[in-house]
Design a protein around this ligand. Structure first.
Ligand SMILES: [Zn+2]
Ligand SMILES: [Zn+2]
Length: 367
């Protein structure tokens, strides 16, 4: 699996919002978080193509030509083509990579791009020595906010360019300096020199996302899809939800002292017990009503600590949202208090987590 899009049968059946599983192929149906606006059924690692729809164009002559040893400063325009009025993109960085070079990322001078809006960008290749036909790899790193969560995606595309032998370049009179600036002066883009803009074919750069740690876990190349099966083990009935796929429909799970039937109910109840199994009311009182939340953030499992008396992950107190890898140990309250402890277990297939089990490992879950 990769970023491959949903199957046609899933798209067809997924348009009915009450369908949970595709009756043709058995796939769990995942929809855009803003499905009412876009009616998009998504594959396991997909972005919504209606809401997250960047377009990149090159201004000036294509392919650009530079003399060997020169550098290319390329004027670009990024456009948010989404037709959904509220869909705002945040351009975090643009990476520019010449053949054999490392991707160099620069933040643009602006960030927000509202639906239908476009803004200019420049990238600079640095010196390119080897003559011939070459490709410049451009990768846009974007943020997209839906509901309470912001997701990060990378999109990449190639711009062909020509590096000319120095003598040839001089002969055609282009080597006025080492830097060829296309389409007007740097910082302005009013003069596109009469050339029509050329679109760069952008594709999701999922391998880049993993490598750069933008999505999923760089270590192990693992992603958690929203369709992941999620369960808790080692808790008595009534204190944990039945196994399910909560993130298909919801953003987060609430965990803490409050019961599952409280006015703002938790998904998981965290109580402290004595060795004989009786609830330790004093210690349980230190656990906050909602002590932490679990959510998926950029294909990773993330814990958001909320409890006044702290949550520890692998022995360190979590000060803010923190990713949980397979094998992570979550301790509610300071470790010496011997409060509830959970271990994260993941079952993986083909680079995707199929199932996550959070097992209570302090032996005081009760039964
Ligand atoms: Zn299907
Ligand atoms: Zn959408």
């Amino acid at each position: 699996m990769g970023v491959s899009g949903p199957r046609p049968c899933c798209v067809r059946h997924g348009l009915d919002p009450s369908a949970k599983v595709c009756p043709d192929c058995g796939t769990v149906l995942v929809r855009c978080r803003l499905f009412d606006e876009c009616r998009q059924v998504l594959g396991p690692a997909d972005h919504c193509p209606v809401h997250v729809a960047p377009r990149l164009t090159v201004l000036g002559r294509c392919p650009p030509r530079i003399p060997a040893g020169g550098s290319l400063s390329l004027p670009l325009v990024v456009r948010n083509t989404s037709g959904c009025a509220g869909s705002e993109l945040h351009v975090r960085r643009i990476f520019c990579q010449t053949p054999g070079g490392n991707p160099l990322g620069v933040p643009p001078e602006w960030d927000r791009l509202r639906a239908g809006e476009e803004k200019p960008l420049f990238v600079d290749t640095g010196r390119v020595e080897v003559p011939g036909h070459a490709r410049l790899r451009l990768t846009l790193v974007l943020g997209w906010r839906a509901g309470g969560a912001e997701e990060t995606f990378a999109f990449g595309g190639d711009v062909p360019f020509v590096v000319e032998e120095r003598e040839a370049a001089i002969q055609v009179g282009q080597a006025g300096g080492d830097v060829i600036v296309m389409g007007g002066r740097k910082g302005g883009w009013t003069d596109a020199s009469g050339f029509a803009p050329t679109a760069v074919a952008l594709e999701r750069a999922d391998a880049f996302e993993l490598r750069q740690g933008l999505r999923g876990y760089a270590e192990g190349g693992l992603r958690i899809p929203r369709s992941v099966r999620f369960e808790f083990a080692g808790f008595p009935e009534g204190e944990a939800p039945p196994p399910g796929r909560p993130f298909v429909e919801r953003d987060r799970l609430r965990c803490g002292r409050n019961s599952l039937t409280f006015e703002k109910p938790n998904d998981l109840r965290l109580l402290c017990r004595r060795p004989d199994g009786a609830v330790d009311r004093d210690l349980s009182g230190r656990v906050s009503g909602v002590h932490f939340e679990l959510l998926l953030r950029d294909d990773r499992l993330c814990l958001v600590p909320l409890g006044a008396n702290g949550t520890w992950i692998d022995g360190a107190r979590a000060d803010g949202p923190a990713d949980l890898a397979a094998g992570a140990r979550v301790r509610v309250l300071a470790p010496e208090l011997k409060g509830p402890e959970l271990e994260v277990r993941m079952q993986v297939e083909g680079g995707f987590a199929e199932r996550i089990t959070m097992v209570r490992t302090d032996g005081r879950g009760g039964r």
